[in-house]
Design a protein around this ligand. Sequence first.
Ligand code: SF4
Length: 335
Amino acid sequence: METKEILQLAVPPLLGWYRVHKRTLPWRGTHEPYRVWVSEIMLQQTRVEAVKEYYVRFLERFPAAVDLAAADEDEVLKYWEGLGYYSRARNLHKAAKIIAAEGFPATWEGVRALPGIGDYTAGAICSIAYDMPCPAVDGNVLRILTRLFADESNIDEPKTKSEFSALLKEVYPQEAGDFCQALMELGAIVCVPNGEPLCGQCPWNVLCRAHAEGREERFPVREQKRARKVQSLTVLVLEREGRYALQKRGKKGLLSGLWQFPLFEETDPTAFGEVLKKKNAKHIFTHVEWRMTGYLVRAKEFLSEYVWVTAEELRNVYALPSAFKAFTEWIKKND
Ligand code: SF4
């Protein structure tokens, strides 16, 4: 059987399964483009469980694109604090200004042209909001399809994605939004990436070649990942008279423009004052791993290169990336 035929046969059981088994999520059921867009941006590289609460809070504060467009960037970042990949929040803010002025784009090309939107997100928004046959192919979808066909294509090659995208387009049903979400849902809760896929609960278990061959875990085929770069850093939590030193990161690169505790490749903490505590923490980004040694230091002076903020301001006003979470907990304990 050809792959297209298999996929055509796979659509109805998948839709039937989705209607019964889909999870209740705060963004499910909405076709409002703004809400679909916010959810899709939040879900990029981020677990569903982590997004739920952020999504609800964000939409309470910014219920429409005009509200988001009118907000200050620092406030938008504050609502994003802890979700990571902060360029998403900046692009969301930039795009909201365009949407507030021109309305939400009604075509795939228009959606794709907004800041921060790639092919996958444009496909997901158009499918879910407008029921357009626009495939959204990410690693999850590639995993379930390569298993379904026992396809050994390397999913890290861009052409694999475009080939599966073209194939999906040919079989897209009228209920495009449900189909798009059903593919994602199957990848999230049944045909899972790590550990064993739950083939016994899968609507495709009679069609799936990988399952028939007992080779589910062979797929997807990926190129060897490059090792992450490891960086050793020193973090100083400088405290003086109930205030803490913060600095803003540079405009380019990792966590650009966000606030952080003074961060050094190497420094002597005792030069800043009396060291009260020390702890090690690690944070893993996509391409780099930070191994941090943090010091809580009673600073001997208010150094002018830093902004000195209270613990309350730190919690409510300044967005600190979760890379520093181990050290913010320190502050709460000392508040
Ligand atoms: S049968 Fe198993 S491997 Fe195949 S798609 Fe379903 S869960 Fe994935």
